[in-house]
Design a protein around this ligand. Structure first.
Ligand SMILES: Nc1nc2c(c(=O)[nH]1)N[C@H]1C(S)=C(S)[C@@H](COP(=O)(O)O)O[C@H]1N2
Ligand SMILES: [Mo]
Length: 379
């Protein structure tokens, strides 16, 4: 941590003195900023969690289908690096290429390849982790996210497939491992995680735009990987190297972390969230429009059911419902009895995956897909 911050300060001092020279005045001391995240994190939008920031669902009700860049959650293993897009290079190399020494591409090179635009969620494997403790009584280690370690954006970039073909990928390739340019994580080295060649050649994007703007620093500028439907760690930010191998590849992120029973986690599970504060007060006898979103990494959402204490009733889905993203819903409720109530939202996707009442514990608290009990008071 100390090392990251030192490195970060050095990068920023460099940038600040350059701009101070350009402007002919002294810049704000760059070392005053010690946050591992560059963008502002107003408390009404975010819950700070160490090097990460969770999106607050209770202030998300007015947001569009895609989460604006300034509101998107951030998950950093260390801290956001500032990378000069003019000197940025992407190295693609390895035994799975016709010429293993590979190729080096600039941002312009990538932007000259045919682009593609997709909608995709990024969701941390640990999203909902805190509910292992609060709902099931067994705390899991790791960042204690509620449900805000997810966002949906419109990404533009070049399909990884096009870059791999350009680099001369062969039929012997089995794994493709993108690696980040952010600081090394203790003894594990740079953040990196292999993708099986099948997924790498399918729908993976090397994105340089997020919601129509150049990728922001915190979300991987100048280029990040977007792996639709898979846990967030697959979507490597600040990608600088991609190894293409004819042998299986390993890193800490597919062996000691982000596995269940030793198997690397890939797809996300079904989840739902209300756009309402925990502990909200609803007035008895009044009509309330409960809103929220549900999502699954496996298929679009087919059905969402809401319980306000009694039996489940169908919610009304509205707006886009694209694969690998989410769907918005609303449900009108007129609570009568006063007192403490637990709201529940339970979604089912088109493959029949549904949210159970409880999920099996795992020590790192991955894939908490159980129905979240959302406490409110009827007054
Ligand atoms: N290089 C790099 N890539 C990374 C990470 C990181 O720390 N370094 N964090 C991963 C994790 S765990 C998640 S959940 C997503 C979060 O993406 P976001 O910060 O844009 O929301 O990025 C992934 N890619
Ligand atoms: Mo994550």
């Amino acid at each position: 941590m100390t090392q990251d911050l030192t490195r970060r300060r050095l990068l920023q001092v460099g940038a600040a003195s350059a701009s101070a020279l350009a402007l002919g005045r002294s810049a704000v001391p760059s070392w005053a900023q010690t946050s591992p995240i560059v963008k502002p994190l107003p408390p009404e939008w975010f819950i700070p969690l160490s090097t990460n920031a969770e999106m607050r669902w209770d202030t998300a009700a007015g947001l569009p289908y895609t989460i604006p860049n300034e509101r998107f959650f951030v998950r950093n293993h260390t801290s956001t690096p500032i990378i000069d897009p003019r000197t940025y290079r992407l190295q693609v190399f390895g035994s799975g290429l016709r010429r293993p020494e590979g190729i080096s591409l600039s941002l312009r090179d990538l932007q000259r390849l045919p682009s593609r635009t997709i909608f995709s969620a990024i969701e941390c494997a640990g999203n909902g982790r805190s509910f292992f403790a609060s709902q099931q009584g067994t705390p899991a280690t790791g960042t204690q996210w509620k449900l805000g370690a997810i966002g949906v954006a419109r990404w533009r970039g070049v399909p990884l497939r096009a870059v791999l073909e350009h680099a001369g990928v062969t039929r012997r390739a089995v794994d493709v491992m993108p690696e980040g340019l952010d600081a090394e994580v203790a003894t594990n080295g740079h953040v990196r995680r292999p993708l099986p060649i099948g997924k790498a050649l399918d729908d993976v994007l090397l994105a340089y735009e997020m919601n129509g703007a150049p990728l922001p620093p915190d979300h991987g500028a100048p280029v990040r990987v977007v792996v639709p439907g898979w846990i967030g760690i697959a979507s490597i930010k600040w990608v600088g190297r991609i190894e293409v191998s004819d042998q299986p590849l390993f890193s800490a992120w597919n062996t000691t972390q982000y596995t269940l029973d030793g198997v690397p986690i890939t797809q996300q599970v079904v989840k739902s969230a209300f756009e309402l504060p925990f502990g909200a007060e609803l007035q008895a006898g009044r009509r309330h429009v409960l809103t929220g979103r549900s999502w699954s990494g496996r298929a679009p959402i087919k059905r969402v059911e809401i319980s306000t204490g009694g039996r489940y009733e169908p919610a009304q889905l509205h707006g886009p419902n694209l694969p690998n993203t989410w769907v918005r819903w609303r449900h009108v409720s007129k609570p009568r009895a006063t007192g403490a109530v637990e709201l529940r939202a339970r979604a089912t996707d088109w493959r029949g995956n549904t949210q159970p009442d409880t999920v099996a514990f795992n020590p790192n608290g991955y894939l908490f897909g159980a129905v979240v009990r959302h406490p409110v008071t009827i007054a």
